[in-house]
Write a protein that binds this ligand. Structure first.
Ligand SMILES: Cc1ncc(COP(=O)(O)O)c(C=O)c1O
Length: 397
């Protein structure tokens, strides 16, 4: 099938709610993918952050194949060996929590919002952050602190207020006698790679302790391992009451988890919340394999070592006149431009590199956590040339 035929099939049959790049990815291995014309690309944004172990890690493929031949899905009114094993793998890395499984980041955040409300009745208010992103379901998009995502879906779920990231006073101002929780991403990804400061998260912990609120960390993008610790909260030394994780937790399978402290998790009793696919056997088997591989391959060590090395490389890019700022937290990289980034993304793609642009002007990389230095070096060289061309185009080179 030619690309034009594939494109036509989409035009005829698929709702056009995504801006798609003009290539069809047919195969992946590690940090490389191939398109339908046989061309290969270095993928430094695998699966919007899902590809924590790159594409088709052999250990994940083997786990999925073995599990698929045994049992794909079993409903949650039975016990499942795989679900128990995956929960144990997660809790052994996040002691003191218990796990509820679902299928996407937004669903994990829905569970977190519902649990915060359920456990603090009749309080229902949640203070979230400006520029945050928590997903597209109605509750998650209501928590999302960017009006553009909510536009057209009003009235959204009531009770959300938006404070300024890294400004404890602006959070304090919004907490009232109806507030049940504070919700924050340790590093805002979609918002442009904006890390929380340690003081800010400590301040939020203090407010929650003082007023009896639940502190919710949305770690859909930052866990596991992306910040150089199993969970981002461990990097900050601030423990939330509820944590959500998705994207890379199960080697590419649609899988998500809400973790909650026992004081809160006890409120979720039979009949309060659930999910047909949540914790399905195939995804859990992949998740068990993913956690094992991340430990065996010392993914955390790789993120810490290559993260520090990346800083020097990013400093090099800062010399480009179009680059306003560079930001890095673990393996989350944001390069803020003073021009829209779409042309740079296209230029990179045409030269064999896949990256992303968020908030119009922030180029974003979420490399596989097992990336090799040579791969990052290759990608940054392509990016650097694309930025040079952008500077020339805009007459500033
Ligand atoms: C921090 C954060 N929360 C939630 C979501 C939503 O996850 P999903 O698209 O799996 O629903 C995302 C997705 O990018 C995210 O980055």
């Amino acid at each position: 099938m030619t690309f034009e035929e594939i494109e036509r099939r989409f035009a005829d049959n698929v709702i056009a709610n995504y801006a798609r790049q003009p290539i069809c990815i047919v195969r992946g291995a590690g940090s490389r993918v191939w398109d339908s014309g046989g061309r290969s690309y270095l993928d430094l944004f695998p699966g919007w952050g899902v590809g924590g172990l790159g594409h088709c890690h052999p250990g994940i493929v083997a786990a999925i194949q073995a599990q698929a031949a045994k049992l794909i899905h079993v409903a949650n009114h039975f016990y499942s060996e795989e679900q128990g094993a995956f929960a144990e793998a997660i809790v052994s890395r996040a002691p003191g929590f218990k796990v509820f499984f679902c299928n996407s980041g937004a669903e994990a955040n829905e569970a977190a919002i519902k649990l915060a409300r359920l456990s603090h009745q009749p309080k229902f208010g949640i203070v979230a952050m400006e520029r945050s992103f928590h997903g597209r379901t109605l509750g998650a998009v209501s928590a999302t602190g960017h009006p553009e995502y909510r536009k057209g879906f009003e009235p959204t779920v009531p009770g959300f207020a938006y404070a300024k990231m890294n400004d404890v006073d602006s959070v304090k101002e919004l907490v009232d006698d109806k507030t049940c929780a504070i919700m924050v991403e340790p590093v805002q990804g979609e918002g442009g790679v904006i890390p929380a400061t340690r003081e800010f998260l400590e301040g939020l912990r203090g407010i929650c302790d003082q007023h009896g609120l639940a502190l919710i960390f949305d770690e859909v993008q930052t866990a596991p391992c992306r910040l150089g610790a199993w969970f981002g909260y461990q990097r900050y030394g601030v423990t939330p009451d509820i944590l959500t994780a998705a994207k890379a937790i199960a080697g590419g399978m649609p899988m998500a988890a809400m973790l909650a402290k026992p004081e809160l998790s006890g409120f979720l009793k039979p009949g309060t919340h659930g999910s047909t696919f949540g914790g399905h056997s195939l995804g859990c088997a992949a998740g068990v394999a993913a956690f094992k591989i991340m430990a065996e391959e010392d993914i955390i060590g790789n993120v810490i070592t290559l993260g520090a090395w990346l800083d020097g490389k990013l400093a090099g890019l800062s010399g480009n006149p179009r680059v306003k700022a560079t930001r890095r937290a673990g393996f989350m990289v944001g390069i803020e431009l003073d021009i829209p980034g779409a042309d740079v993304v296209s230029d990179c793609r045409d030269n064999g590199l896949l990256i992303n642009c968020t908030h119009r002007t922030v180029l974003r990389l979420l490399p596989a956590l097992n990336s090799k230095q040579a791969e990052l070096e290759e990608g940054l060289a392509i990016l650097s040339s694309a930025l040079d061309r952008a500077a020339e185009r805009d007459g500033a080179g």
